[in-house]
Every structure is written in structure tokens, then in C-alpha cells.
Design a protein around this ligand. Sequence first.
Ligand code: MCA
Ligand code: AMP
Length: 516
Amino acid sequence: MNANLFALFESRFPADRDACCIETHDGLYYSWNDLDRATAKLANLLVSLDLPEGSRVAVQVEKSPEALFLYLATLRAGYVYLPLNTAYQEAEIDYFIGNAEPAVVVCSTANFGWVSRIAFRHGTRNVFSLDEDRAGTLLERASSQPDRFDTVQRNADDLAAILYTSGTTGRSKGAMLSHGNLSSNALTLHQAWGWRSDDVLLHMLPIFHVHGLFVASHGALLAGAKMIWAPKLDMNQLLEYLPRSTVMMGVPTYYVRMLQEPRFTAETCRNMRLFISGSAPLLLETFDAFRERSGHTILERYGMSETVMLVSNPYDKAEGERIGGTVGRPLPGVQVRVVNDEGKPCPVGEIGNVEVKGPNVFQGYWRMPEKTREEFTADGWFKTGDVGRFGGAIVGMSGERKVPDDYLTIVGRSKDLIISGGYNVYPKEIESFLDEMPGVQESAVIGVPHADFGEAVIAVVVGKPGAQLDEAALIGTLKHRIANFKVPKRIHVVPELPRNTMGKVQKNVLRQQFGG
Ligand code: MCA
Ligand code: AMP
């Protein structure tokens, strides 16, 4: 059997290959035949480049059906896909390309100059361009290739993708996901969320992270269901397409913004069967208000780049209720345990570290065996860095309610991580950029509550003696150096940082002081 993830999708293509697979916001229709031919052409192009086995294909492009086809073609040809957030700037791209050493890099025409310079410097021979309007050298080169391709044979533990996740202590780590990791999770979610061939997925998420690329797209591909494809979250487009959709996925900010839109009503959701939230905690107040307004109960689930999806509230009422504030039960085949700092299991209701095991758990960090070892226990459990509990109670506006013993609630993180609008920001990385800036003695980066993004990034800096630090100038400089979602919304200049007796910066004190 071919364990290539693309072979699994192919086996589920609908009988009517002329049916619509993707409808775009600008009125284009792509059939399953179109997907098949486009991915065959792109796979033939990749193979014609005579790349070594296991080559990485690094891609930083705007969302388009062709960008999805490039991902699928990379799987189909047996290479390893490496998606990159379009917000990443030169220093970030330089690190990813230097670390992953991709054989192929694909970027936008606008960025071709600087991206290709970086790529060639790191030894990449093949750099193509691809724009959201189908312009660029990638499709030009693929157009003359045959539109048939036999999907390459892969084993379940062969690599399919590398997803970079920032590190708490230093540089980003590439989480290596295999065909088996992705297939097993896609099949599990297909069952768990009741995917159907007549579903219509409203796809408004970016496709360079797990949520939009794997969880959402794989769900529709495996069901042979249609996607309505929009470049990003846009309320006018959402109001236009939601009445024709049955499934939507979003980070909590999506639901916060839908609630702010007076035109969004239960009538807008008349055909919907499922709204899913994840990537960051969904506030109970958003969960309740959404139910009130739309008549739908959001299904919250929990996952990571290293593991894809781990835990989910039930889809089927017969299996239990969706409980706001919790992330539900471990998915079939996934084991989850909550342990104390000594690694001993916590009793129900007690808070501890969340550790996981399962066929979805990644193969390790790219070229970082030490880091990989650190993140697994001796008995093979992956330490998520999240803190949670089974059972216990959730306290909401309407009082306290008991949570079933097998439901997990994520209550915080042991890793110093900020999640802003569903994007992860590691304070350490931003602090290192700030500390290098002229006049900055030291800095501390914290997350503070934010009505739209859930958490916002804030920096507190101390100047060198005699230095005059200007907030706007510091922010302006950072915007050219790091992805815009990582740039602090405010930078406070203070004479000194609060420290405990061990000399450690007290971020909780800063959060109290600047979080209001
Ligand atoms: C944009 N901005 C942000 C963010 N997004 N600031 C902080 N956090 C953000 N997430 C800033 C920009 O820098 C810009 O600032 C201004 O907001 C407007 O930018 P724009 O692009 O127009 O914003 P937007 O389109 O309104 O985007 C907000 C968004 C987007 C829709 C919430 O961030 C988004 O799509 N997030 C989804 C992320 C996601 O897919 N995460 C899944 C990761 P300025 O004007 O100053 O330049 S996968 C994962 O976590 C795991 C596995 C899981 O469980 O799913
Ligand atoms: P990433 O590695 O970028 O994919 O981010 C994964 C992290 O997002 C997890 O370790 C959690 O901290 C967080 N996360 C994902 N889903 C949820 C959720 N439903 N509730 C709380 N945190 C979540």
C-alpha cells in the first residue's frame, strides 16, 4: 500500500471529477480534475529538477488554489513541504532557508530579488515565483509538463512536511511531520467531525500553518467536499459565503469579529452544521455570545504544530456536550495525560503538565536531536508545554458547572509563549531583537489581554545610560526586521525591570503594571 498522503486523498476523490473542488472569492471554479492535472504538472516539474531524495520545498506565497496545489504536488512527488508565513521578513527567511536547506524555494514575484539572494547564498539552485493571480515562473515552467503523474510511493514514517515553530530558548525548530502523522490525524478528524461529501467548507484561514493547511484543507479533501476559498478573514466575504457553507474553522479572533458584525445573524448560518475554533483559547464569553447570536455551539479543539490535533469537544450530541472553556476529550488513538513536575499523574481536577502520545505525534525537530530529546519523557510522551486538568469545574457568568472527568481544560502554559490572533510569538525572540537595538540595555516582552487578538505583545525596555529611547522609532525599526504580528503593540521605557531575589525578571509584575 502507498502511505503517501496524496494517495489517500486520491482514493477519496468524488466519482464526478468535474464537480467543483474549490470556488474562489474572485469567481473561479476548480474541479477535482483541475486539481489532479495541476498537481500532476507541478509534481512532474519537481521531478524534472532531479532533486535528491527527501528534498525540502520551501514556500512563502500568498494564499491561492495554486499554492495549495503546490503543497499537494510536493506530497505527490514524495518531497517535503515547508510552508512559511508571508509576514516573515529577511532575517527570519534567512534563518529558515539556512536551517532547512531547501532544494526549491517558491516566493512572490515582489520578493523574488531578496528571497532568491538568500536562497542562492544557502545553496538552493531552484527559485521560482508564484503570485495569487497565477502569475510567476512556477506555473510558466509547469505548463509544458505532462498532466498525468503516478503518485510516488512513500512509507508512513517518511517526511511529508516541516513546520517551524519558535523556540522558547532560542531559534525556531522545524517540526518534522510524516505522511503517517498527517494521514492518521486526517482520518480521525474525518470521523470525529462527521465530514460529508456534500459539505461546503468556508476556508478563510492562512495556509502556512497547521490549522488552515492541514486541519481545514485535509478535512475537505478527504471528504471529497467543496471549499469556498477566500484569501483572508473578510467580513463582507464571510457574510456572502456563509449562507452557502456548512463548515467553518477559525481562530478565536474570527468569532470575536463575527460577533462585532451586526449583519451576522442566525439567518447567515442557516446551512451551517459546524463551527470549529482552535489555535488559542476561546473565551467562554465568546462561546456563549456566539451561541446566543447564531444558534450554533462552537466546537473547540486543541492541537499543536508538532502533533496536529489532539483533543476535541464532541461533534455528535449523543457522545456528549460541547463545553465552553474546555477542549473536550482526547481524539481516538491519541493518549493525553496530566502530570506534576515530578512526572506523576495528577488526579482528576488537579492542574499539571499536559503530555501526549499517538500516531499523530511528530518525528522530532529537524537537525536538533538534543531539542527533540528534551521535549520527550523517557517513556516516550511528548511534553506540550501546556498546563491543564481533566474534569474539575468551569466558572462562567451563569455560575459554576462540573466538567466530566474525561474532558481536558487548558489553563495556561509552562512555556513562555504569547498567542496573538492565533499566531505564536516567543518573547525570547523579540527580546533578542530589541536588545540588539542601539540604546537598549535590556528588555522584557509580555502578553497582555487584548479584545481582538486574545493576547497582545507588549515590550518593556530599559535604556543604556544617557540614551533617549523613542517608542515609535523602536516599533518602526522592528517592523522591518520581524513579522508584523510579532511587533509589540506598545513599548514602555522604564528605568529598571522588576527582579526577584534570584535576579529573574518578574513578568507577572509587568503584566499587572502594563496589562490594563
Ligand atoms: C495581523 N496583525 C496582528 C495579527 N494579525 N497583530 C497581532 N496578532 C495577529 N495575529 C496586525 C498587522 O501586523 C497589522 O498591523 C494589522 O494587524 C492589520 O493586519 P491585517 O493583515 O490586515 O490583519 P487581519 O487580516 O485583520 O489579520 C488578523 C487575523 C490573522 C485574521 C486574526 O492574524 C489571522 O488570520 N490569524 C490566524 C492565524 C492562524 O491561522 N493560526 C493557526 C496556527 P500594522 O497595521 O501595525 O502593520 S496553527 C496552530 O496554532 C495550531 C496547530 C492549532 O491548534 O491550530
Ligand atoms: P503551534 O505550535 O504554533 O501550532 O501552537 C500550539 C499551541 O497553541 C498549543 O501548544 C497551545 O498552547 C495553543 N492552543 C492550540 N489550540 C488551543 C486551544 N483550543 N486552547 C488553548 N490553547 C490552544
